[in-house]
Design a protein around this ligand. Structure first.
Ligand code: KQY
Length: 365
């Protein structure tokens, strides 16, 4: 497969399609590291299996798994899910997998961003991350995709597109000096136009409180259709999320998309607030090179962290008091898809949710 470093997808007629466009499939990774997933990752493996099973009702799911865990993953995942032996440091396919771009002829190529574990030696979440950094190339090889290799750091969870020229990002993440120090807002906009084929970049401010990715947009807001955005929400003025969601709302209301439309907002009242219990924190192995887990820490819980499959929307179930309200919003947003809830607290305990552990493969034509 070829690798292109200096010519961008946009120059060659490629662009990132929206997640709600047709997929050829979905990629995930198998969780196993005991210093991020409690109880030797057993509860997380059950949750990932439920997510893979739900998505496989819509599209082919491939799961990358270490040699060590191959037999265990095979025993837990349904037969329809395809296993591929791929080494990784953890299981966040959204961030370590390729962003796949398409052109008008239906051709597809993968973008293999540089990856530094959400901050490298300035606040990154674990060391080393060399296996994660090689995952996108391996997925491209299996998918038979030529690969673009931009010279900067980005994660798939830090970008959401509407497929019609508009991109959502957060300042907290992209402008953090632990990603691409010295890259300005204008510099980013030029790069993102070139690599994603977008025209308009809408900057939100802070991401979800305590989000350890430095505020990925995919936990805060996402497109549900051209011109429509789901936004995590709270009306509780004492909650640290209150100023964050108000600011995001104001920015979205002030902005227009690439086609000049104002955004229709779908507010999704956040779960909880949720916190890590002492028992949950005790179940995570201590490790000198991994961010420690503390009892009582606020979890970056959001219903916006869902996956849009071809015929289903797979959403996290996180709080019995709020799940039904979130599902109702998604049913209105996606009338042609079935909304499926998967218990997702065990994924949340690892620092992300369903969108973060999945990466779609667009169908191309
Ligand atoms: O949310 C994501 N996109 C990734 C979360 C990584 C957490 C690592 N502990």
């Amino acid at each position: 497969m070829t690798v292109t470093r200096h010519v961008s997808p946009a120059r060659q007629g490629f662009r990132m399609p929206a997640e709600y466009s047709r997929h050829a499939g979905c990629w995930m990774l198998w969780p196993e590291r005991p210093d991020n997933w409690r109880l030797g990752a057993k509860p997380a493996q059950a949750a990932f299996t439920a997510v893979a099973t739900a998505i496989s009702a819509s599209e082919t799911v491939r799961v990358g798994v270490s040699a060590r865990q191959y037999a265990n993953a095979r025993a837990q995942l349904p037969a329809a899910v395809r296993l591929v032996e791929i080494s990784s440091n953890d299981a966040w396919m959204r961030d370590v997998g390729p962003t796949i771009v398409v052109d008008d002829k239906g051709r597809r190529r993968g973008i293999d961003w540089h990856f530094n574990a959400w901050g490298g030696l300035q606040g990154g979440l674990y060391f080393p991350w060399d296996l994660d950094a090689a995952v996108a190339q391996k997925v491209c090889e299996v998918e038979g995709l030529d690969r673009y290799r931009p010279d900067f750091i980005l994660e798939g969870g830090a970008i959401h597109v509407d497929g019609q020229g508009t991109l959502l990002v957060t300042e907290q993440c992209l402008l953090n000096p632990n990603r691409n120090p010295g890259m300005s807002r204008e510099g980013y906009e030029a790069q993102l136009r070139a690599w994603l084929g977008v025209e308009t970049v809408v900057w939100l401010g802070e991401g979800v409180f305590m989000d350890e990715t430095d505020g990925h947009v995919d936990n805060l807001a996402c497109f549900t259709a051209p011109g429509e955005v789901a936004l995590t929400w709270t009306e509780d003025r004492r909650d640290p999320m209150y100023p964050i969601v108000r600011d995001a709302e104001a920015r979205l209301r002030a902005a227009c998309d690439a086609r000049g439309r104002k955004f229709k907002l779908h507010k999704m009242v956040q779960p909880g607030p949720l916190h890590m219990t002492a028992e949950e924190a005790r179940g995570v192995d201590a490790c000198a090179d991994t961010k420690p887990r503390q009892a009582g820490e606020r979890l970056a819980a959001s219903y916006v962290n869902f996956y849009i499959a071809n015929r289903h929307v797979v959403m996290p179930l996180l709080d019995a008091k709020r799940d039904a309200g979130a599902a109702a919003v998604l049913k209105r947003c996606f009338p042609t898809r079935t909304v499926v809830g998967v218990p997702a607290r065990e994924i949340l305990l690892g620092g992300g949710n369903i969108h973060c552990i999945t990466q779609q493969v667009p169908a191309g034509k």
